[in-house]
Design a protein. Structure first.
Length: 262
């Protein structure tokens, strides 16, 4: 755990974020080429991704500011209260889809099915490294615990020092790497088209359960559950719905083709 800067005010948290983003774009181009995705479409996804990441960071801060304001309006609406991954994911994904839908002249073909198959691999590997960065910074820490995997964060980190806690950041990073491996196998070896549903359902369930071990308070959205649990439930519902939506859109062209042949 290295909460302090390594050099020139650069922290391990920022380094891990940068490594995660580089890995995400590496996966985008390498996996895309392996599966025969058009180079022009991959370039479009790259630029769309860069814009969406920038919007995502702003959205992550905005969502956290909203949670803090709902919990205690007397403190006013402030943007310096931290960031939340799921808020960034929502904003970034919305930006990505809008650019995709209104960028026909630039994307030169490509389909949402290709995006839903490939992009979850990119998101997951970036998120995994980001959680390792959280571990170095001490944010997103767990509840007090003295079990075999317990850790103590040093003074100066965002986590409380002086007692052992669950390393929830590493729990999540491990899960994300396993999920990345599963989706990689499905995409490269099976040509699987429902990776987005695998990601939404898998991560949604995991994050909902992991919240019971988290001890960093992040404001309120819906009473009785954390903001992340609320969005996790919606992720699972969306992931299930997306399976049926994609099956419908796959069947429609196939049915039209069969009718034409007859």
């Amino acid at each position: 755990m290295l909460p302090g800067p390594l050099f020139l005010n650069v922290h391990m948290y920022g380094i891990m974020i940068a490594v995660g983003l580089l890995c995400a774009f590496g996966v985008l181009f390498y996996y895309g080429k392996r599966r025969g995705v058009s180079p022009d479409f991959l370039d479009f996804l790259f630029y769309d991704g860069v814009a969406s990441i920038a919007v995502g960071f702003g959205s992550a801060a905005l969502f956290q500011a909203v949670y803090n304001f709902i919990e205690d309006p007397s403190k006013g609406f402030r943007f310096n209260g931290g960031i939340t991954f799921l808020g960034g994911l929502i904003g970034g994904a919305t930006c990505f889809l809008l650019i995709f839908l209104f960028g026909k002249r630039w994307r030169k073909g490509g389909s949402l099915s290709e995006i839903f198959a490939l992009l979850p691999c990119c998101i997951t590997i970036a998120h995994a490294f980001g959680r390792v960065g959280c571990f170095f910074a001490g944010c997103c820490y767990g509840k007090a615990w003295d079990g075999i995997f317990a850790v103590q964060f040093p003074a100066g980190s965002m986590a409380p020092s002086g007692y052992s806690v669950h390393p929830t950041q590493l729990y999540e990073a491990t899960f994300l790497l396993l999920l990345f491996g599963v989706m990689t196998f499905l995409y490269l070896k099976r040509g699987f088209t429902h990776n987005m549903s695998v990601y939404l359902i898998g991560y949604g369930i995991w994050r909902f359960l992991l919240e019971f071990l988290r001890d960093d308070h992040r404001g309120e959205l819906v009473q009785g559950i954390s903001p992340s649990q609320f969005w996790s439930l919606l992720m699972v519902v969306l992931g299930v719905a997306l399976i049926f939506v994609m099956k419908y859109f796959y069947r429609a062209p196939q049915k039209a083709t069969e009718e034409t042949i007859e």
